[in-house]
Design a protein around this ligand. Structure first.
Ligand code: SF4
Length: 239
């Protein structure tokens, strides 16, 4: 399999079959905490990085060969080795996946391109979108996510606010917190203001536990995570 991986078991998604929509590693960000390593191609150019026909053919073959496992899958998850929304055929892929099987489709995205109307329209048929938002100010955003030039945190937040209004599925906002980089409580309070405007169904706090792109990126201690969870309110959980 070139594009399909798993099924993987996780607490938040259960059993999910992953599909990558980009070659390793093309992204709009080069996050300091990324577990995939340094971004090879830092870009905001959307194109068909992997042909959707090849992805669908591989998925059809997988489904045919794993009929016993299909009933145990909670999601087919578009994520993988880069930013999936960079693939300009993501909307067609979601539609085609839903035509060939009944498994709900989730998209894990860094949310950087949600300011683009056409992308938001392409995602509406997904069942679950998990965008990330790691900062509320440009300085912290640049420090932790190291975006390609032209992407601003205000633009990302604005895209998320509009998307929430247009999208009827589940929206779970993930926040990756790294000690000493974006876990300052003043920053968290600013994030809370942005999150209240976005109005996601869930807020999920995460902190890097595996190896990261940059050395010395440390997880936030549990006690502080609990404090942050309380600030962010009832819909917030630590994952
Ligand atoms: S957005 Fe995701 S894939 Fe891209 S650099 Fe950050 S963690 Fe890695």
């Amino acid at each position: 399999m070139k594009y399909i991986f798993g099924p993987l078991k996780s607490r938040r998604l259960g059993n999910s079959l992953g599909i990558t929509l980009t070659p390793y590693k093309i992204c709009t960000f080069d996050c300091v905490y990324c577990q995939l390593g340094k971004t090879n191609v830092l870009t905001r150019e959307r194109k068909e990085y992997i042909f959707s026909s090849e992805i669908i053919e591989e998925l059809r073959n997988w489904l045919e060969g794993h009929s016993a496992e299909i009933d145990y899958l909670q999601y087919i998850t578009l994520s993988g080795s880069g930013e999936p929304t960079l693939n300009i055929r993501i909307g067609d892929l979601i539609r085609e996946i839903k035509q060939i099987c009944k498994i709900p489709v989730a998209v894990i995205t860094n949310g950087s391109l949600l300011a683009e109307d056409c992308l938001r329209r392409e995602l509406v048929e997904a069942d679950l979108i998990i965008p990330s938002l790691d900062a509320a100010t440009q300085a912290v955003f640049e420090k932790i996510d190291r975006p390609v030039s032209g992407i601003t945190v205000d633009g990302v937040i604005a895209g998320l606010i509009v998307f929430r209004k247009e999208y009827r599925g589940q929206l779970w906002l993930e926040i990756m917190l790294a000690a000493g980089i974006n876990d300052d409580l003043r920053q968290i309070k600013k994030l809370k203001v942005a999150i209240d405007k976005i109005n996601p169904d869930k807020i999920q706090l995460n902190s890097p536990v595996r190896s990261t792109t940059e050395a010395g990126i440390l997880p936030v201690k549990r006690q502080k995570l609990e404090k942050i969870r309380k600030i962010l309110g009832d819909r917030c959980e630590i994952i």
